[in-house]
Design a protein around this ligand. Structure first.
Ligand SMILES: CC(C)(COP(=O)(O)OP(=O)(O)OC[C@H]1O[C@@H](n2cnc3c(N)ncnc32)[C@H](O)[C@@H]1OP(=O)(O)O)[C@@H](O)C(=O)NCCC(=O)NCCS
Length: 331
C-alpha cells in the first residue's frame, strides 16, 4: 500500500550534451597532458554544451525520461525543484524554464542552490512536501552547465568539469521502501574555497582570477580535496547511524563524482570494497548537482540495482555544503 509517510523515487532520467571533450582536446587549449589529468583526477573525457545551447534543454530531456520511467505525465506534477549553481537566467528560474518546456502546468517551481550537494538537498525538501501531504508528485532535477562558468584558460579548474542533467520523480511508495533518511550540512565559513561570482564580486575575488573573465569559477583544489575526503566518510556514517543501519546493509554507494582520488580515499576510510562505490567520473568529469542523478540513472538502466536494495547517495561541494541519503530502492 502506498503511504505518504514513505516517499521514494518513482522514475529517473538523464541527459548529457552530445559533444565529447577529451583530455587531448584540453591539451590543445591549456598547458596540460592526458596523463596528468587521468592520474590526478580519473577523468578521461567530459560532455560540453555548445555555446549557443542553454543548459535547461538538458533538464527538459532528463525530466521527460524520468516521467516516462515513472509512468506519469508532466500534468501530474505538483512541484519542480531544480538544483543548480549554473542557471541560464537568474530569472526566470531553471525550474520555470523546465516547467514550460515539459508543460507541467499545475506545478509550482523553484531553484535550489547547494552546489554539488544540490540533488540531495532537493530530494530532502521534496520529501517534506510529500510527507506532509501538501504535494504528491515532485520532480527533482540536477541541471548544470559548468562549461559556461569555468575559466577556459585556467588548467587548475577547467579540466575538472562537465555539463549534464539528471532527474528523479519523487512520490509516495510502499511502506518500508523509499528514502529512509537524509542528512544535510553546510560550513559557510569555508565557502571562500570555491566561488562563482554573480551579481557582486570583491577585489579579493578579482585578484584571484588571473585571466580577463572575472566572473568564473575559482577553487582552492587542495583545500576542497581535504574537506571532501573527510566529509564523504563522516556523512555516509552519520546518515546510516541515525537509523541504526551499517555499511554492511548497503548494496551500493552513489557518490558525487569529483575526483577518483577522493572516491578512493573515502572508500578506504569507510572500509568498503571498491565495487560498492559507483563511479562514472572518467566519462563525465564533475557535473555538480547532476552527478548523483546521472550516476543513479546509469546504474539503474544497467540493471545494477533491484527492488529492496539499500543505496547511499553522498555529495559535497561549494558553500561548502554536504548531504547524504539512504534509499531502499522501490522499483
Ligand atoms: C584540483 C586537483 C585535481 C589538483 O590536484 P593536486 O594533485 O592536488 O595538484 P596540486 O594542486 O597539488 O598541483 C600540483 C601541480 O599541478 C599543476 N596543475 C594543476 N592543474 C594541472 C593540469 N590540468 N595539468 C597539469 N598540471 C596541472 C599545478 O599548477 C601544480 O603545479 P606547481 O606544483 O608547479 O604549482 C585536486 O586538488 C582536486 O581534485 N581537488 C578537489 C577538487 C574538487 O573535487 N572540487 C569540486 C568539489 S565539488
Amino acid at each position: 500500500m502506498q503511504n505518504r509517510n514513505n516517499y521514494g523515487i518513482l522514475g529517473v532520467g538523464s541527459c548529457l550534451p552530445e559533444k565529447v571533450f577529451t583530455n587531448h582536446d584540453w591539451e590543445k587549449l591549456v598547458d596540460t597532458t592526458d596523463e596528468w589529468i587521468t592520474k590526478r583526477t580519473g577523468i578521461s573525457e567530459r560532455r560540453i554544451l555548445e555555446k549557443e545551447q542553454p543548459t535547461h534543454e538538458l533538464g527538459i530531456k532528463a525530466a521527460k525520461m524520468a516521467l516516462e520511467d515513472a509512468g506519469l505525465t508532466a500534468e501530474d506534477l505538483d512541484l519542480i525543484i531544480v538544483a543548480t549553481e549554473t542557471p541560464d537566467y537568474l530569472s526566470p528560474s531553471m525550474s520555470c524554464l523546465i516547467q514550460k518546456g515539459i508543460g507541467a502546468k499545475k506545478a509550482a517551481a523553484f531553484d535550489l542552490n547547494a552546489a554539488c550537494s544540490g540533488f540531495i538537498y532537493s530530494m530532502t525538501v521534496a520529501g517534506q512536501f510529500i510527507k506532509t501531504g501538501v504535494y504528491k508528485y515532485v520532480l527533482v532535477i540536477g541541471c548544470e552547465g559548468l562549461s559556461k562558468v569555468m575559466d577556459w584558460k585556467d588548467r587548475n579548474t577547467c579540466v575538472l568539469f562537465g555539463d549534464g542533467a539528471g532527474a528523479a520523480v519523487l512520490g509516495p511508495v510502499e511502506e518500508g521502501y523509499g528514502v529512509l533518511n537524509t542528512y544535510l550540512g553546510a560550513a559557510g565559513d569555508l565557502g571562500h574555497n570555491l566561488t562563482i561570482p554573480c551579481c557582486f564580486i570583491t577585489e579579493e575575488d578579482i585578484a584571484k582570477r588571473p585571466n580577463e573573465n572575472k566572473r568564473v569559477l575559482w577553487m582552492d583544489g587542495s583545500e576542497v580535496f581535504k574537506f571532501a575526503v573527510k566529509i564523504m566518510e563522516q556523512c555516509t556514517r552519520q546518515v546510516l547511524e541515525e537509523i541504526g543501519m551499517s555499511l554492511d546493509d548497503i548494496k551500493l554507494i552513489v557518490p558525487h563524482q569529483a575526483n577518483i582520488r577522493i572516491l578512493e580515499s573515502a572508500t578506504k576510510r569507510l572500509g568498503v570494497e571498491n565495487e560498492k562505490v559507483f563511479s562514472n567520473l572518467h566519462k563525465y568529469g564533475n557535473i555538480s548537482s547532476a552527478s548523483i542523478p546521472v550516476a543513479l540513472n546509469e546504474t539503474y538502466r544497467e540493471g545494477k540495482i533491484a527492488k529492496g536494495d539499500n543505496l547511499v547517495f553522498v555529495g559535497f561541494g561549494g558553500g561548502l555544503t554536504w548531504g547524504a541519503a539512504v534509499v531502499k530502492w522501490s522499483k
